[in-house]
Design a protein around this ligand. Structure first.
Ligand SMILES: Nc1nc2c(c(=O)[nH]1)N[C@H]1C(S)=C(S)[C@@H](COP(=O)(O)O)O[C@H]1N2
Ligand SMILES: [Mo]
Length: 323
């Protein structure tokens, strides 16, 4: 009878539409929910409250194409670590602050304003992004400038395919990204930790590179708030601070945009910030990194291991120098 009471919850799961992986995840979610119902013996009262809570939450992750990268899949960082050890200064500077304060980030309604040097500027609603593009899973290494790393199964869309819809013109040499500004709700923005809102940028060829992702999910699910919901950038060959979270604006520009970390400490955080074991941060070495969940440090790879795909973009740069 428990199953019957929970039926409205199951009804949202269209098994024929999801990959094996999301099926597995949703089954786990369903078991969690029915476990809850069992615990609170007054199941009939619990179900309506669960449903009304769901109305205010983002929808389930739509269908996506799974990654075939079995090699990286074997190295995945635990989901619990990916979603509880975070850098998201708007939600606090401690690693466990973002998950604690995640509820303070309001992700609906959500739009991304796309403008600047393009022929078709416009506004992209998060629902259009989720339904109007092919979603795919990409398992990427993420290397933070603080010398730790993770392996994360993102779900997203190539940024280039999104940008093309807005028809960048010939003056578009760079792309600027801006995070939500909401000092009333985001505790970090009440303090002058950074020059808010958080801003990042890429050169246009980096933005159009097929590895560059706009991510809307991870581990088969909608992106958790602490990881930058509802949409964040992922640029796997660059230090993690380039992968800006909770994006509300994208602007195509002729000049290199100012970026938050570069503004706050220009000697420590460059615009390019390509992962480079040979160029140390002024205050620590970048030669090795700590993979979260592993005991020993491992050597850092040039371009975080993506050199084969991206090195040609930097053939004019002296890679022993800092950028
Ligand atoms: N808006 C915003 N984006 C951000 C940050 C931030 O503080 N604010 N931190 C960055 C840093 S330093 C890293 S390492 C990654 C961390 O992403 P994760 O918490 O999903 O692992 O997000 C990046 N994007
Ligand atoms: Mo970082």
């Amino acid at each position: 009878m428990l199953i019957k009471k929970s039926a409205p919850v199951i009804a949202t799961i269209k098994e024929s539409e999801v990959t094996d992986y999301t099926h597995y995840q949703r089954r786990r979610d369903f078991l969690k929910i029915s476990g809850l119902a069992l615990g609170g013996a007054i199941g009939s009262q619990l179900v309506p409250s669960l449903l009304s809570a769901q109305e205010h939450e983002p929808p389930d992750m739509p269908k996506f194409r799974s990654s075939q990268d079995d090699h990286l899949r074997e190295q995945l960082t635990d989901e619990g670590k990916v979603t509880s050890y975070n850098n998201f200064y708007e939600l606090g500077t401690g690693k466990s602050d973002p998950v604690k304060n995640a509820h303070l980030l309001k992700t609906r309604p959500w739009t991304i304003e796309v403008g600047g040097e393009c022929d078709k500027p416009g506004v992209l609603g998060i629902e259009d992004l989720l339904s109007g593009f092919d979603l795919e899973e990409r398992i990427y290494r993420l290397r933070c400038v603080e010398a730790w790393s993770m392996v994360i199964p993102w779900i997203g869309i190539e940024l280039g395919s999104v940008l093309k819809r807005f028809q960048p013109n010939s003056r578009a040499k760079y792309v600027e990204f801006v995070t939500l500004m909401d000092a009333d709700n985001l505790p970090g923005q009440k303090r002058q930790i950074l020059d808010w809102p958080y801003r990042e940028g890429l050169r246009i060829d980096e933005a159009m590179h097929p590895l560059t992702l706009l991510s809307v999910g991870l581990y088969g699910k909608v992106l958790p708030n602490q990881n930058g919901a509802p949409v964040r950038l992922v640029v796997p060959w660059k230090y993690g601070f380039k992968s800006i979270k909770s994006i509300v604006a994208i602007r195509l520009t002729e000049q290199q945009p100012a970026t938050s970390w570069n503004l706050s400490a220009p000697r420590e955080y460059g615009f390019y910030a390509n992962v480079n074991p040979e160029v140390d941060h002024p205050r620590w070495s970048q030669a090795r990194e700590r993979k979260i969940g592993h005991l020993h440090k491992t050597p850092t790879e040039m371009f975080n291991g993506y050199g084969e795909q991206v090195a040609s973009m930097y053939s004019q740069m002296d890679l022993s120098r800092w950028y």
